[in-house]
Write a protein that binds this ligand. Structure first.
Ligand SMILES: [Fe+2]
Ligand SMILES: [Fe+2]
Length: 304
């Protein structure tokens, strides 16, 4: 077992202490400041783009911020039914477990709502419309068609990824728009409990599994990862179209090609590499099946 000490009771207690309302972090006089970047540079990688001027870099950063929250909302649309399906046959026997999972589901439903409200605010304040991949229901259906352990591994990856993004890149970056980073802070606070519950969920789903079956579940997780990567490539194309519309900048074919490669890699690190390579994610996998941990660790550099 991965030595973590996480329990349902402690997670539930933490979650009840933290619980915030959507109304407290968005709406009213809490407005996005379009003079400021939304995304930290470690994820956006927009400040380093020589072929764009400062204003174009800022626009692309904000487009990436909108896409970031949209993609979180999108993944939470499959996390919510998955957690409910996991909890449903396990309501009896452990009250803390039942309550912790219901709290988890309730928080994800709240986050979906929060991200949608954010998006309406973004649309109202940004120069042009920004297309996004989806629809979320179709992606959710494709993800949930995989083995439950494949999906649980992906969710564990996502939750640790949100922790890493906030702590390492957002928390101490004073240049970011305050409302955007405040939103990410609130999200991070609740996601910390989800990461622990997902750890327990993965252990429960894997407990009587053979190494061969575990490796198959990892195949499924990687298959979903490949699907997400395809979605990210599509999102990059949408983002560059939005940048052209918002800035009036004409990109040559060579410039567009270079930007596509650079931003696809930035998206890969944001949503794939930073989760798959997270030490706690790899520790969970390694405790259950060391060969799979090794396999994933070798794949991670492709997504960095
Ligand atoms: Fe969330
Ligand atoms: Fe979550």
């Amino acid at each position: 077992m991965h030595q973590h000490g996480f329990t349902y009771a402690a997670t539930l207690a933490a979650s009840q202490r933290i619980s915030w309302r959507v109304e407290d972090i968005i709406g009213g006089d809490r407005r996005l400041d379009f003079e400021k970047p939304f995304m930290p540079e470690a994820l956006a990688r927009t400040a380093a783009i020589d072929l764009l001027d400062a204003e174009e870099r800022l626009l692309l950063n904000q487009i990436r911020g909108n896409g970031y929250l949209y993609i979180f909302g999108l993944v939470e649309e499959f996390i919510l039914p998955f957690v409910l399906d996991h909890a449903r046959p396990r309501l009896a026997g452990d009250d803390a477990r039942a309550r912790a999972f219901l709290q988890f589901a309730g928080e994800e439903a709240k986050h979906i709502d929060l991200f949608k409200r954010f998006r309406r605010e973004f649309e109202a304040g940004f120069a042009t419309n920004c297309d996004v991949i989806g629809p979320p229901e179709a992606i959710a259906q494709a993800v949930l068609a995989h083995h439950p352990l494949s999906v649980a591994l992906l969710i564990l990856h996502i939750e640790w990824m949100t922790q890493k993004h906030y702590v390492e890149s957002v928390k101490d970056d004073a240049t970011l728009d305050r409302q955007f980073s405040d939103l990410l802070r609130h999200h991070w606070m609740e996601e910390a409990q989800h990461a622990k519950l997902d750890t327990l969920m993965v252990e429960e789903l894997a407990k009587d599994m053979s190494g061969t079956d575990f490796a198959k579940a990892v195949d499924g997780y990687l298959e979903i990862g490949g699907m997400i990567d395809g979605g990210l490539a599509q999102q990059v194309a949408f983002d560059l179209d939005a940048l052209v519309r918002a800035s009036g900048r004409v990109l040559t074919a060579a410039e567009r090609d270079a930007l596509t490669k650079q931003q696809h890699q930035a998206q890969r690190w944001t949503f794939i590499g930073s989760g798959m390579g997270h030490p706690n994610f790899l520790a969970s996998v390694g405790a259950l099946h060391p060969e799979s941990r090794q396999r994933l660790a070798e794949i991670v550099p492709t997504f960095c």
